[in-house]
Design a protein around this ligand. Structure first.
Ligand code: DLZ
Length: 158
């Protein structure tokens, strides 16, 4: 199901693990910051609403989505971090830059998760245009940040 047919902020919260003592890093790309700040708000609020303590959420910024893999690795390797949420927004332009960035980030985050054996969540929007991003950053299709946060929590039960 595409996110056009699914609200990213609607999900089951049954049987979630206790995360009151879990620590999360949220790594945020600064490119398209209007969008990524909305993703951060969504992720942060969802973590808090589901029992994570404020002091157990660490935020780090990186310049662009391409840097999310390295930024996530810095936190994933820390023993006191249980899960990492990577947030970015890569909007399709006139060239294929988005393809290169998206594939690199998807592969990079997967690699970090497997190397450090902990959840590293792909909270990256890959829209065709700005409006599609707005729609998925707290707009009509919900907030990808909410979805990324609940995914991180669910993965801690695996
Ligand atoms: C260069 C670039 C471009 C064109 N577009 C985006 C984008 O839409 N979203 C994003 O997060 N980052 C973009 N970047 C920046 C790259 O991710 C990266 O920061 C630079 O190429 C430097 O490595």
């Amino acid at each position: 199901m595409s996110s056009a047919n699914k609200n990213l902020s609607s999900f089951s919260t049954e049987n979630l693990p206790d995360v009151s003592f879990k620590r999360f890093a949220i790594v945020v790309a600064e490119w398209n910051s209007e969008i990524t700040e909305a993703l951060f708000e969504g992720a942060y609020t969802t973590l808090i609403d589901n029992g994570v303590k404020e002091e157990n959420i660490i935020r780090a910024n990186v310049p662009g989505s391409f840097e999310l893999s390295y930024g996530s690795q810095v936190y994933a390797q820390k023993h006191d971090i249980d899960a990492v949420i990577a947030l970015g927004c890569v909007i399709q332009g006139e060239t294929k830059h988005n393809d290169y960035i998206n594939h690199a980030v998807a592969a990079g985050l997967t690699q970090v998760a497997l190397k450090y054996n902990k959840p590293v969540i792909f909270g990256v929007l890959t829209p065709n245009d700005h409006q599609q991003a707005v729609d998925r950053a707290g707009g009509i299709h919900g907030n990808k940040g909410d979805e990324a946060a609940i995914t991180a929590i669910k993965m801690l039960a695996v």
